[in-house]
Write a protein of this length. Structure first.
Length: 129
């Protein structure tokens, strides 16, 4: 049992020590994306009451509020962002083995997507306030 836990821990650590995150052009966008995702979770927990009270979930500049739903559905946005981060993390690691530039593009793309999600969260918070 102790060997099994040690093996799982060493596999987890080896995922981050294979050289993919040794480049600052890959490491810092990933850290920025993670930081932005954490900020989204904190903003939603602090600013939005996540109960069954209806809040606007989609806003269009032409028509105004298009979709209203319970507040807990707003957690889908950072959850999708976190899922995309995990998927892109594996894709970036696989791409790094073949072409480092592709891994850099994936890392920066993930950070930009998280930034766009943060802008969406801030817009809905401004709409509610």
């Amino acid at each position: 049992m102790k060997y099994l836990l040690f093996s799982a821990k060493s596999r987890f650590l080896s995922f981050f020590q294979d050289g993919t995150f040794s480049s600052p052009l890959i490491k810092y966008p990933w850290l920025a994306a993670l930081f932005i995702n954490i900020i989204m979770w904190i903003l939603i927990l602090i600013k939005i009451r996540t109960d069954y009270r209806p809040i606007p979930l989609h806003f269009n500049a032409f028509y105004g509020i298009e979709f209203v739903g319970p507040g807990f559905l707003f957690f889908e946005l950072p959850l999708v962002g976190a899922g995309m981060m995990v998927l892109n993390l594996f894709l970036s690691r696989m791409a790094f083995r073949r072409e480092e530039f592709l891994a850099i593009l994936i890392a920066f793309g993930t950070a930009v997507i998280q930034l766009l999600f943060l802008i969406a969260v801030l817009n809905v918070i401004a709409l509610i306030s």
